[in-house]
Write a protein that binds this ligand. Sequence first.
Ligand SMILES: [Zn+2]
Length: 226
Amino acid sequence: MFHDFINLLYPKLCCSCETTLNTNENILCTSCLHELPIADHHLEKDNPVEKIFYGRIPVENATSLLLFEKKGMVQKLIHNLKYRGHKEVGPFLGAWLGSELKELSAWQEITVVVPVPLHRKKLRIRGFNQVAGFGQEIAKSLEVPYRDDLLLKITATKTQTIKKRLARWGTIDETFIIHNSSSLENAHVLLVDDLVTTGATLEACAQKLLKIPNLRISIATMAVTH
Ligand SMILES: [Zn+2]
């Protein structure tokens, strides 16, 4: 009854269509949940996410849970997560994908889950990394640690920035660095992100990580553009 009362004051809304959720619904209303465009690329060999990285970086496994379309349901869902404080979307999608990955032998070799980092200025503004809940739930399912303290995003040093600005006017140069790289030797890192489009960010992260001896990379994202 108390729950119903709270719900009356602050109705929970569907993170896609924004209708009021029933007490037995969570994050998405039943109709949105059924219409959600599922990619489940981990069930395919040579899948579209793996293909994004062909010839660029060696990737052991790569998948996305959902298909992203401009103005579609998944765009709304991710927008609600990133900009409208619906933090619960991340763990929801992470638990979902994690429950599927833990059944697949290829994904059992992962030893650590690492999120694509946000620059600390952005982190301060947004208050959280939108990938955290997603990555933490996958880590829980695979029974491996979640580490957001190893791969960091920084602004390039001044001299580098000036040099690059001379080459490319108006761009801000950000780059990735690794802390405590010895702890990642021989690791099989699962890099997680919200959306993969061109794969440029994930590639940049992977290139840094692949300098560590004997490190392998897999990739999982909430969604992929198609
Ligand atoms: Zn809905």
